[in-house]
Design a protein around this ligand. Structure first.
Ligand SMILES: Cc1ncc(COP(=O)(O)O)c(C=O)c1O
Length: 372
């Protein structure tokens, strides 16, 4: 019998690197937003004084009945792997059959399920867009082929078709409205891509804030998959519930491949209650859309931040005459969190989530201190 210290010294001889996938050595990590308490400590501001406009969350949070439903969930029982109640409720909400719905631990989980199901040599990603497609593709050894969007962030359909054919991409990720640019997917662009021999994934994470859903097209296109989430409209980002709508055949394959317990009991109960109380939540969504537009107008009036039109719960601004990063850092020091971008496909921009009127006022006060 080896003593514990023997075992420990032998374990130290194992070459860990030889066990791990070498292609993941240089994986650029997905850069998530930092947890609020970490930021609060860094900035030296209490958590409840931070104005959090960096992750497109819903500052109103869920309806009180949703909190109660989550708290009442039977935590000691495994969730339903078949997701019967949740799929039925989502199907009623989306106007489809329950056999077309698959729920996941956030839309992120569904993206992962799709990439694992197809295991494509490559995926096409019109950029700039949400970083998770690229991150999860790389983990599955699918080459992320980023195709530049047009200057107004519409799709370059010809380039996408070419890239898909050249790299044998079996998934194309489209985002409607797109994050971080805010523009909706143009219906003609989508229709020009649906005959590709690929899954066409339309990510409608922000559809409750604007844009027309493409769900009705699924009946005619078996390769079309729509992603949705409870993170944004329902204020459940922390509970991680998202879903897809697709043909029943694709949904069946996804159900077979997903982790059986991918939606936890609290998330399931909260999502069901959020759907039940969605009429009461609608006023918060309307308030966020109105606040998005008020915020864009007031920020633009400062004269050095130029908004792009947005159909989502955030606005992208081009920053003039100073580095976007410096703006984000100066706001951060004042307790206001936003995102900045400075890379070849998105130069010197910031993205600000829509908040409550008091959040906009705090943002404006902080920006005014930075006036040239
Ligand atoms: C376009 C897009 N899709 C999906 C997600 C993630 O959704 P979830 O929280 O359901 O994983 C986000 C979150 O920011 C997003 O911007």
């Amino acid at each position: 019998m080896p003593t514990p210290s023997n075992a420990a010294s032998r374990a130290a001889d194992v070459d860990l690197r030889a066990l791990l996938r070498p292609d993941l050595d240089n994986l650029e990590e997905y850069v998530p937003v930092k947890p609020l308490h970490v930021l609060a400590d860094e900035i030296g501001v209490p958590v409840d004084r931070i104005v959090k406009l960096d992750a497109n969350e819903n500052p109103y949070g869920p309806h009180p009945a949703v909190r109660e439903a989550a708290a009442r969930a039977a935590f000691h029982i495994y969730p339903d792997p078949g997701q019967a109640r949740l799929r039925a409720a989502i199907a009623r909400y989306a106007g489809v059959d329950p056999s077309q719905v698959v729920a996941g631990s956030g839309a992120d989980d569904i993206i992962d399920v799709l990439i694992r199901l197809v295991a494509p040599p490559a995926v096409v990603i019109p950029a700039p867009t949400f970083g998770m497609y690229r991150f999860l593709a790389k983990i599955m050894r699918a080459q992320p082929i980023e195709v530049a969007r047009r200057p107004n962030f519409d799709l370059d359909v010809v380039a996408i078709r070419q890239a898909a054919a050249q790299h044998e991409a079996r998934i194309v990720f489209l985002t409607h409205p797109n994050n971080p640019t805010g523009n909706p997917l143009n219906r003609a662009e989508l229709e020009a891509l649906l005959d590709l021999p690929a899954l066409i994934v339309v990510d409608e994470a922000y559809i409750e804030f604007g844009g027309d859903t493409v769900v009705p097209l699924i009946a005619r296109h078996e390769n079309l998959v729509v992603l949705r989430t409870f993170s944004k409209w329902a204020g459940l980002a922390g509970l991680r519930v998202g879903y897809s709508i697709s043909s029943p055949a694709l949904a069946q394959h996804m159900m077979a491949l997903k982790q059986p317990y991918n939606v936890n009991v609290a998330g399931e109960a909260a999502a069901l209650a959020a759907l039940e109380h969605r009429a009461e939540t609608a006023k918060n969504l309307a308030a966020l859309v109105a606040e998005r537009d008020r915020m864009a107008r007031l920020v633009a009036a400062l004269g050095w931040l130029e908004p792009y039109p947005s159909a989502a719960n955030f606005v992208l601004f081009a920053v003039r005459g100073r580095p976007a990063r410096a703006v984000a850092e100066a706001l951060r020091r004042r307790g206001v969190l936003i995102r900045y971008y400075d890379r070849p496909d998105l130069q010197n921009c910031i993205r600000i989530s829509a908040g409550r009127p008091a959040d906009t006022d705090a943002l404006l006060n902080a920006l005014q201190e930075l006036q040239p």
